[in-house]
Design a protein around this ligand. Structure first.
Ligand code: THU
Length: 160
């Protein structure tokens, strides 16, 4: 028997203004599109912006449904669009921002488990890391260098 300790690394920026280059432009874009979320049930609006290896940028927002489980998170709206429109083009990074109507989202909000699993599929397939950037409505930004850092021991195609 042995105990194994898993560690993860992340970078915390005090605010959006500390981001540079494509990290900054992607997060600004995620903020811009956030308002197109269709979130009449949760009033929780999420924007995602994806940068592909070929320079293309894809955005997505959460789309809810009266039959609640039929809705989809912003990250998956964006990544599935990227996968369908640019099959085989590696994904470099994803910026995500969330705004709650009660104003309680000023801490970085990270992706739900289902989105982590979906993004992990693309990361495993392309064999290069997908960088993840998270923000609330304002405030600190968290950056992780790989989706794998968010989902240790991930289930994937190799397990089948
Ligand atoms: N949501 C996202 O878009 N991304 C996440 O990673 C977490 C949750 C959405 C789903 C739903 O429309 C709303 O936020 C509240 O859960």
């Amino acid at each position: 028997m042995q105990e194994v300790k898993l560690t993860t690394t992340l970078t915390v920026y005090d605010n959006l203004n500390e981001l540079v280059g494509s990290d900054a432009s992607l997060m600004h874009l995620a903020i811009k599109v956030r308002n197109t979320a269709y979130a009449p049930y949760s009033n929780y609006k999420v924007g995602a912006a994806i940068l592909l290896e070929n320079g293309e940028i894809i955005t997505g927002t959460n789309q809810e449904n009266a039959a609640y489980p039929s809705g989809l998170c912003a990250e998956r709206v964006a990544i599935f669009y990227a996968g369908s429109q640019y099959p085989g083009v590696p994904i470099k990074k994803i910026a995500i921002t969330a705004a709650a109507s009660n104003g309680s989202s000023n801490e970085p909000v990270s992706s739900c488990g289902a989105c982590r699993q979906s993004i992990a599929e693309y990361e495993q397939k392309q064999k290069t890391p997908i960088e993840m950037l998270f923000m609330g409505e304002t405030g600190k930004v968290i950056k992780m260098n790989s989706l794998a850092d968010l989902l240790p021991l991930a289930f994937g195609a190799d397990d089948l």
